[in-house]
Design a protein around this ligand. Structure first.
Ligand SMILES: NC(=O)c1ccc[n+]([C@@H]2O[C@H](COP(=O)([O-])OP(=O)(O)OC[C@H]3O[C@@H](n4cnc5c(N)ncnc54)[C@H](O)[C@@H]3O)[C@@H](O)[C@H]2O)c1
Ligand SMILES: O=C(O)C(=O)C[C@@H](O)[C@H](O)[C@H](O)COP(=O)(O)O
Ligand SMILES: [Zn+2]
Length: 371
């Protein structure tokens, strides 16, 4: 056994679980699952790209452990987080005669994790599921915390459920087959943790970015630090009644941009978050809250990581400011009609602002489109 490099416990009472991070956990999943969940059958949900790159390792381990499983393979990409694909997964699990006590395995990035987790939450009124995240984004963010769901034509992640996984197995070697653009997109969520409330982590990222991208020991450390950060927040506020909203830094703008670009390859989620975080810092600066120097430092770091940082970096035409404002108005943080944004006083000093003037956002977006 290659073993476990890092272990993070998500202490949520009867919904508690471990995040295991190690070099070969996909190969070892069969043995781990047999020991942790004796007597279960498995429904593996994955996408075509991950099926080609990583599924053979998982099924070899399940076969060696004598476990029984069915595989549901979906098209890759954000458009898979849809009603149609939800139906396909649920019907596939039922057709495989998986019982309520059996387990769904999400093998893939955040799209598969969100969709398979949501399918698990509704199939037979709730099945357990295990996350085996294969993208950087999924290893540092989406596999942890139990937000599951799909997109609606009205907006991003508008249909879903909180449903915690029973176990997360993050295999570092899975990232060897991930496309560089996808790795960079995941890195935006890594940077997010520093920007929220950990300026020392942001500085560490400035010093270690190259090693993280090259796959040195800093990569595993970064993933473990992100998981530990997210676990702390989720333990404090599982259902986002308060502090968890900080994890949405950059997402109010980013989700509107993802909707506007049709949940397509024009803008990956992490890329929308990168632009959204720069916009959130720029907007905070315009409101007199954050120093301009910090806005520049954030944008420079994301740019060095190969990420887009401006609206004009998005290929093709964007909708009008009014269209973007209509998308922002559908954000799940809206309360009694008022916009909530995650604003900041500078790097590592984000806060939740629950009464944001839409006219100020509109004026800022008009300015940002021109730059
Ligand atoms: N639930 C949450 O808390 C949460 C947090 C952040 C993001 N998200 C969601 O996650 C999604 C984005 O996740 P993502 O960036 O992982 O996208 P993704 O799932 O589309 O994966 C990115 C691409 O990389 C491919 N891929 C994944 N792992 C691979 C591997 N090891 N080798 C080769 N190819 C691989 C996939 O096939 C896909 O084409 C968005 O829908 C976003 O809303 C959810
Ligand atoms: O876990 C959370 O909470 C987050 O906000 C993490 C985000 O990175 C993620 O994109 C999440 O899906 C966004 O949540 P949403 O509630 O705005 O859909
Ligand atoms: Zn996100």
């Amino acid at each position: 056994m290659a073993g476990i490099d890092h272990k993070v416990h998500v202490a949520l009472g009867d919904r508690a679980y471990d995040i295991l991070i190690g070099p070969k956990l996909i190969d070892e999943a069969g043995a781990i699952l047999r020991e942790t969940f004796p007597g279960r059958r498995y429904g593996i949900v994955t996408d075509e790209t991950v099926a080609a790159a990583q599924l053979p390792r998982l099924v070899a381990g399940l076969d060696a452990a004598g476990l029984s499983y069915d595989v549901i393979t979906l098209p890759a990409g954000e458009s898979t987080k849809s009603y149609a694909m939800l139906e396909k997964v649920v019907e596939g699990l039922l057709a495989a005669k998986l019982e309520r006590g059996d387990l769904v395995i999400a093998l893939g990035g955040g799209v598969i994790g969100d969709l398979a987790g949501f399918a698990a939450s509704v199939t037979r009124r709730g099945m357990d599921f295990v996350q085996i995240p294969t993208s950087l984004l999924a290893q540092v963010d989406s596999s942890v915390g139990g937000k599951t769901g799909i997109n609606s034509p009205h907006g991003k992640n508008l249909v879903g459920a909180f449903h915690q996984p029973r176990l997360v197995l993050a295999d570092l070697s899975a990232l060897d087959t991930l496309a560089p653009r996808q790795f960079a997109a995941g890195y935006a969520e890594v940077v997010k943790y520093g920007l929220i409330d950990d300026p020392e982590f942001f500085e560490w990222l400035e010093a270690n970015r190259a090693e993280i991208f090259a796959g040195g020991p800093a990569r595993g450390e970064a993933i473990a630090r992100c998981c530990a950060h997210k676990a702390r927040v989720v333990i404090e506020d599982e259902k986002e009644t308060g502090v968890r909203a900080l994890l949405n830094l950059g997402h109010t703008f980013g989700h509107a941009l993802e909707k506007d670009t049709g949940y397509s390859d024009r803008l990956l989620h992490g890329e929308g978050v990168a632009i959204g975080m720069v916009l959130a810092h720029g907007f905070s600066n315009r409101l007199g809250l954050a120093p301009g120097q910090d806005v520049g430092r954030v944008a420079a770091h994301l740019k060095l990581a190969g990420l887009p940082t401006r609206l004009s970096d998005i290929p093709g035409e964007l909708g009008s400011t009014d269209v973007l404002m209509a998308a922002i108005a559908q954000d799940k943080k809206v309360s009694r009609g008022a916009l909530t944004f995650i604003l900041t006083r500078g790097i590592g000093q984000a806060f939740i602002e629950r009464q944001v003037d839409p006219d100020a956002v509109r004026a800022f977006l008009d300015q940002a489109r021109a730059s």
